[in-house]
Write a protein that binds this ligand. Structure first.
Ligand SMILES: Nc1nc2c(c(=O)[nH]1)N[C@H]1C(S)=C(S)[C@@H](COP(=O)(O)OP(=O)(O)OC[C@H]3O[C@@H](n4cnc5c(N)ncnc54)[C@H](O)[C@@H]3O)O[C@H]1N2
Ligand code: MOO
Length: 405
């Protein structure tokens, strides 16, 4: 039996970072991983500008009751830079360039305006420099605003476009094929005969892989026949950087993935000290074209597939993409529960934050981490991890927690 860490190290050894890149417009870069850092093409703010709608003034002119003459109007986007001499100011809107002769903004609420809007009387005196957003205050041209290895979400893309960058260099998406195996599998909607079940791992894996940044190039369901399975696997692998399989990894007579890969590939089938997800396998499949394609074979029970995906497949994708892997946080148990014996437990939990700000996690299902359940993972916020030597989790005990991405 291997520890989770030992098995993870074996699986990670199967792949090296992809190293190939795409250059894509920023609007099409969501979910992609930066291959090169983002360097600002401009200062942000690009120029000193007003944080308020009001009047740009010279601080030297300010006193309670001072009357200033309004000599210009500067809305946002205006190129105007009106000259201001003593006793003069200009009307300015939020985001507009502060005139070179002004150093302070008086918000419109702090003045009285004459009926003809040509003069203002100052009712409250702001500090020198008030409401002026300085050029380069956020960052300056030439600085790195995001490092390589970052996955681009909405917030990152806001920053990238704000920094004036139109195209980003991202890691090519890993091409991943999904193979579900089992004679019993039927598509949802089909009429089930005795012994048959609805296929769910294939769609789960394809969807989770795409959400994690993969290009899913094939999603097949293959039977437990050795030759048919091998032929399907060859077609899946021929277009892929990685194949993720579900089912058939255990010790049964029809566990086609183990049987075929042990006979026809470089492979290892392991028992890992985790529950769910004890039987695991990996292989290197030599395609007809002579390319070695890494395969990660997950146990077929739906919760085993989901947990194994979280622990191993996401880590492999992170490595291919050159991206940091997600860590574990500290949480406390919301209730008592009994974890399985001698294996580290990964149990789907809901999380709530208590009055003290602690994350309290509670298994979503009375069956805890029983591996046949399809509902538990979907109803959970993430996984709690309980070490193998824990005989009973007590409410208030510290446990590790990882939120689904
Ligand atoms: N004698 C032993 N038997 C088993 C052991 C063991 O150590 N000794 N380990 C058990 C554990 S733990 C697990 S987990 C499973 C893993 O088995 P396989 O990976 O070989 O998976 P299958 O037998 O193909 O399927 C298990 C279960 O999951 C259902 N399944 C499979 N694929 C799908 C799919 N795509 N969608 C939905 N459900 C699927 C399948 O019908 C089975 O019910 O082995 C234990 N046995
Ligand atoms: O490891 Mo299996 O996933 O316990 O049922």
């Amino acid at each position: 039996m291997l520890s989770v860490e030992e098995y993870l190290a074996e699986v990670l050894d199967l792949v090296t970072p992809l190293g190939e890149v795409d250059v894509v417009p920023v609007a099409q870069a969501v979910g992609r991983t930066l291959a090169l850092p983002i360097v600002a093409t401009a200062d942000v703010p690009v120029m000193a500008n007003s944080a308020m709608d009001g009047f740009a003034v010279r601080a030297a002119d300010l006193s309670m009751g001072a009357i200033l003459q309004v000599v210009a109007d500067v809305p946002a986007g205006s190129p105007l830079d009106p000259a201001l001499v003593a006793g003069q100011c200009c009307r300015i809107m939020t985001g507009a360039c502060v005139p070179s002769d002004a150093d302070t903004i008086v918000p419109v609420e702090l003045v009285d305006q004459s009926a003809d809007r040509q003069r203002i009387t100052v009712r409250e005196v702001p500090a020198r420099g008030a409401h002026v957003r300085g050029a380069g205050e956020d960052f300056t041209r030439g600085v790195e605003v995001l490092p390589a290895g970052i996955a681009l979400g909405a917030r990152e893309l806001g920053l990238v476009s704000g920094a004036g960058v139109a195209e980003v260099t991202v890691v090519r998406r890993p091409r991943v094929a999904v193979v579900a195996t089992g004679d019993e599998l039927r598509p949802p909607g089909a009429r089930l005969e005795r012994g048959q079940i609805y296929e769910s791992n294939g769609l789960f894996l394809a969807t989770a892989l795409a959400a994690a940044g993969a290009d899913v190039v094939a999603a097949l369901t293959l039977p437990d026949d050795d030759d048919e399975f091998a032929a399907g696997l060859e077609s899946a692998a021929s277009a892929a950087d990685l194949v993720v399989l579900s089912g058939g990894v255990s010790v049964g007579d029809h566990d086609v993935v183990r049987i075929v890969l042990q006979a026809r590939a470089t492979s290892a089938f392991r028992h890992v000290l985790m529950q769910p997800g004890k039987p695991q396998g990996w292989a290197l499949w030599k395609t007809a074209a002579g390319r070695m394609v890494p395969l990660v074979a997950l146990p077929g029970n739906p919760l085993s597939t989901m947990v194994s995906f979280e622990l191993f497949v996401t880590a492999v994708l992170d490595r291919l993409l050159g991206r940091a892997s997600q860590g574990w946080q500290v949480a406390v148990a919301g209730i008592d529960w009994v974890p399985p014996v001698r294996r580290r437990q990964f149990v789907p939990v809901v999380v709530e934050v208590d009055a003290q700000g602690c994350q309290r996690v509670t298994p979503v299902h009375r069956r805890g981490s029983a591996s046949h359940m399809v509902s538990a993972a979907a109803q959970a916020d993430g996984l709690a991890m309980v070490e193998a030597d824990v005989e009973r989790v007590h409410a208030g005990d510290t446990v590790s927690f990882r939120r689904y991405r």
